[in-house]
Design a protein around this ligand. Sequence first.
Ligand SMILES: [Zn+2]
Length: 440
Amino acid sequence: MPAIDFIVEPRWLIPVEPHGVVLEDHAIVISAGQILTILPAQEARSSYPDADWHSRPNHALLPGFINTHTHAPMSLLRGCADDLPLDIWLTDHIWPLEGRWVDREFVRDATDLAILEMLRGGTTCFQDMYMFPDEVAAVAAERGIRACVSMIVIEAPTAWANNADEYIDRGLTVHDTYRDHPLIDTSFGPHATYTVSESSMKRILTLANQLEVPVQMHIHETAAEVQQSVDNYGVRPLARLHEQLALTPLLNAVHMTQLNDDEIALLAETGVSVVHCPESNMKLASGTCPVTELLDAGINVALGTDGAASNNDLDMLGELRTAALVAKQHSSDARSVPAADALKMATLNGARALGIDAKTGSLLKGKAADMICINLDTPSCLPVHNVLSTLVYSASRDQVTDVWVAGKPVYEDGHFNNCDPDDIMQRARNWGQRITGASQ
Ligand SMILES: [Zn+2]
């Protein structure tokens, strides 16, 4: 019999696969960081009498959340520029701030802050797009969170690279460094069609196909972006990407608030994943992603918070609730995105978009033990008539009590095992003073 790491017996066990299933009186057995089996708790007690046993009698156990699109280092710019439309927010505020402040130290401290927030809220994996991806990867590896770190590409020079080829080359070094890392994967992150040239896209797509890594890109985020492309090239951004052969199952199309029926059919046909960022879209008034139509067309829709400067938190439990609510409002159909679908978007669909669904995203035998417990015995959640509804419509991230990544406990009841939260928060305060002080 294989050595058992530990066993958890929650009140409710939600594997996400099979869809909509809730198991009661069951236990999950972890061995070598992976799920060995899920079985009735009585049976587990007799089969593994000496195992390290964790009872969670008021808790739901489910896969950790996958934040499929964020910019972790933007957490130090949280609240720097609010209540502004995307173009003004980006060109008049965020890009100048980034030009002034972003260096390796900024990225390290900001990523630490973001990971602290994400782990505390039950996120076990995130896909990032930012400068100094080597630093983001290093911090993620150190803190024990799973990450898919994008090799960012933008034509404009930054502290990370001077031109698109340099961005790509530096990104490839990160890819090589983490090629065999158990927690860190890489993807390409061309910023958007309006910031990355066709020749750079060509090189990125060739490399992405060779390396079989995802490509995440902001696409059709606003009506203005689409109109600008029509003015400059005579076609919408998605059509340009189609001409460039970019529409493949490797593509993570982020935002997608502007879509017609033909484009939805094209996304379905080509197997593109859409990454829905409802709160960022709402806050920047970018538009609404037609999630109901995308799901009806069979498209894989994952969820992301986007960066903390446009959300302004990295709360996946909050994001999945927003996703469920916005879908109902937008489609005028209360049946749209039911609770189980919202949970799947925040877990398994993210893993599929990143091409890592064989190892995470649901609680199946052989997958990594990336999982969380949420205590539902609170005034805001009682009584629990339907645990899926309670999780999606009533629970908050503060109720997360346990977080395991690859079977390692990274957060346990107020305690972080791989970092010093006081130190991380002090560094964030110091940055806050520096940035605010300089603007006065
Ligand atoms: Zn973004």
